[in-house]
Ligand binder design. Structure first.
Ligand SMILES: Cc1ncc(COP(=O)(O)O)c(C=O)c1O
Length: 305
């Protein structure tokens, strides 16, 4: 990231960040592209601010750039470091093409870098904002993944070109993030605890991730494919030869006390009978490492009995 402190806005989570940007963008833009599948909270914020949203498919290189061009949108919301929910990473070449798109159409990129601190394989890829600090890129980060989602502290880096409009609209607004917690967090960083905590959590989650991947390979073998591994706090499991629908899979897991998030919620378009029905999201952030293997074994037993 390359920015000045005046560009950094502290917010109380993704929804808050987006709600602040919407009026800043609304006078020049009305069509907004979102990833399909993608996070559902942003979509609802965009719609509440009267943006027309177009779902743009995601491929293994992240957002499909050709489809973005044909969407005619001039704002795009993306998760290039670890696409939510599928976990794909957008290569640098595509990042540069995405920035070219924004420059060519006078567009704005909303870059949600929600779990970029948690990368377990390969070298880090620069954020879009870092690749072109002068471009129209709104960068959004959060403390929810590495510290706690209960804290409700996030941040956003606005492009310099947007600052005047932001100030005109929000000069009289108060911060929605608790000042007390901001002060504590600042001290936590100044005293070096943040760096240490980050390194520690990276090791903790890397271990959980490894245990989860090994457990899936051990119990599911060639009955499932893991999608989006190597980063973050979740992976997606594609179940091969499964006879159940997503709803049934989740219901059966719940009966054994395993709560699973319905991945279908991340799609705008609806369909009953494709591989989407066989995709299951496995979050491992909050689970004790020692319980992961048993949980996966249990899932295999109930789905392939
Ligand atoms: C795609 C995505 N972005 C951002 C966040 C973080 O949101 P917040 O900062 O509101 O906790 C999440 C949390 O799960 C997420 O899935």
């Amino acid at each position: 990231m390359i920015c000045e402190t005046e560009q950094v806005i502290i917010c109380s989570g993704l929804q808050d960040s987006l709600a602040i940007i919407m009026p800043v963008l609304r006078s020049d833009h009305s069509l907004l592209a979102v990833e399909e599948p993608g996070h559902f909270i942003p979509r609802s914020v965009f719609q509440n601010h009267s943006f027309a949203i177009t779902p743009v498919p995601v491929c293994t290189d992240g957002l499909d750039l050709k489809a973005l061009w044909s969407s005619k949108s001039t704002v795009v919301y993306v998760t290039p470091s670890h696409q939510f929910p599928l976990g794909h990473i957008m290569p640098v070449a595509n990042r540069l093409k995405l920035i070219d798109w924004a420059e060519s159409v006078g567009g704005v990129i909303i870059e949600d870098d929600y779990d970029s601190e948690l990368r377990y394989q390969g070298s880090p890829i620069p954020a879009l904002q870092g690749l072109h600090p002068e471009a129209n890129i709104v960068y959004i980060g959060t403390f929810s993944k590495v510290l706690s989602p209960a804290l409700r502290v996030s941040y956003m880096v606005l492009p310099k070109r947007m600052l005047d409009r932001y100030r005109n609209l929000f000069n009289e607004s108060a911060s929605s993030a608790s000042l007390l917690e901001q002060r504590v967090l600042a001290k936590f960083m100044v005293r070096g605890h943040w760096e240490r905590h980050l390194r520690k959590m990276r090791t903790v989650y890397k271990k959980k991730h490894e245990v989860l991947v090994q457990a899936v390979n051990r119990h599911f073998g060639d009955q499932a494919v893991i999608i989006g591994q190597g980063a973050g706090l979740h992976v997606v499991l594609e179940l091969l030869n499964s006879v159940f629908s997503e709803e049934e899979l989740i219901k059966q897991a719940l009966a054994k006390n395993i709560r699973l998030f319905p991945l279908s919620k991340t799609y705008i378009s609806h369909t009953e009978s494709d591989t989407r029905q066989k995709l299951i999201m496995l979050g491992f952030g909050g689970i004790n490492t020692t319980k992961i293997d048993h949980g996966i074994q249990l899932l295999h037993q109930i789905w392939y009995k």
